[in-house]
Design a protein around this ligand. Sequence first.
Ligand code: PMP
Length: 417
Amino acid sequence: PAGRRDDGRSGQGDGGQPRRLSLFDKFEPIARIRRDIEASGIDPLGVPIERIISATEGVIGGRRMILAGTNNYLGLTFDDDCVEAAVAAVRSQGTGTTGSRMANGSYDGHMALEAELAAFYGVGHGVVFSTGYQANLGMLAALAGPRDTVMLDADCHASIYDGLKLGGARTLLFKHNDPADLDKRLGRLGEAAQHTLVVVEGIYSMLGDMAPLAEIVAVVKKHGAAILVDEAHSMGIVGQHGRGVVEAAGVMDQVDFVVGTFSKSLGAAGGFCVSPHAELDMIRYASRPYIFTASPVPSVIASVRAALARLRDDDSLRDRIWGNANRLHRGLSRAGFTLAAPPGPVVAAVFDSRETSLAFWQGLLDRGVYVNLMLPPATPGGKCLIRASLSAAHSRQQIDHIVAAFKDIGAPLAKAG
Ligand code: PMP
């Protein structure tokens, strides 16, 4: 409250403005980029969605938009079963657990979901976390301490890097999607390779490219190492039963840990790890991001359980997202755009500069299409990307509208790509 600042001890400077804290100086480079973006009149960061209409439509800036920049891969956010399960859970179990999994925050639903996830992957053990970010944070911080070595694909997600920082492991990188480089680097470790954890993702979120997992697992096994695969962007989409790249590559029985999230194909929020190792249970006693936070709220657990059942039982969702992914990819590549990867749930077009991609992003918004603008340093190789993500819920007409909007802004800007 303003009154409290007036006592002169809590940061009030002249003219009623709070004294500028030197703590904020470090943000100056980011603030400069923000100012430039704002000066351009285009602000792609944190665009408010004023009204969400469906899994694929919302209102932004007073206008109805096709949402093609969500991770709502199976379109389940408005699925009747998921919504009804969530509503019933709020009514019967309340709005939150108000506690850690380690104390009062483990309900029947949390335990049931863990068992269902383990069964879905055909392994014995599962642990649920409050977010996907915390699943990686919690697994890596607890599994890999200062005396352990972890070798990860250089393009791994921030949550993996952060978990390794928290645990203090010796962290080594191998070249993105390069099993030969992994082989070389594990070879250099000698005996220590047998105690090394290798970490990769199934599909990488920025470019949408898939890991050559069969080859990577062969290298991991050759050196006697262990492997964790983050299937955040591939669960429910890749593999005959939607188990992800581990299934498509036929290596589920050789992978030590699969990490995933509830915030993409399952349409809610939360994360998990499943494993054939009984010791996974120790995470519950050793992992700070698991212990020192409130457990997922009952309605989220209920909708995720319903979504997992849909994902498991309804193959048509997978067919639909692939149909849409192929249609968008084909449309954009025929129109001459440079795409970062073969067709998949993420279709990213590459541009040569921040300005071009920013203008393109605004052009799409003007034509009723919301996608993600991805800029360095968040992107690999300093790429400027317009990233579309597909949903099983997109109609053909929506995909065609997106392609038409790209073409309409088209050639001069695309050429820069
Ligand atoms: N892993 C990967 C590969 C991701 O892309 C993300 C989120 N973008 C996460 C983990 C974190 O998941 P969540 O957003 O559900 O916390």
